[in-house]
Design a protein around this ligand. Structure first.
Ligand code: ZN
Length: 60
């Protein structure tokens, strides 16, 4: 899969990114998403969220 904007190859992570508003796959690389000011969410949100919250708890 390639970036819709710059045609570079997407990583597995970038390929799962969806727009938080549209809910559609962006098919864009991280750089182009950043430049477009689109807020994106990873498809595997639950996995990263659980690991993130674990770290947050340890910090507190
Ligand atoms: Zn790109």
């Amino acid at each position: 899969m390639r970036c819709f904007a710059c045609n570079c190859e997407l990583t597995d992570y970038e390929a799962t990114l969806r727009g938080t508003i549209s809910g559609q796959f962006l098919d864009m690389c991280g750089e182009c998403i950043k430049e477009s000011d689109i807020s994106a969410v990873s498809f595997s949100k639950t996995e990263s969220a659980s690991s993130l919250s674990k770290e947050d708890i340890e910090d507190y």
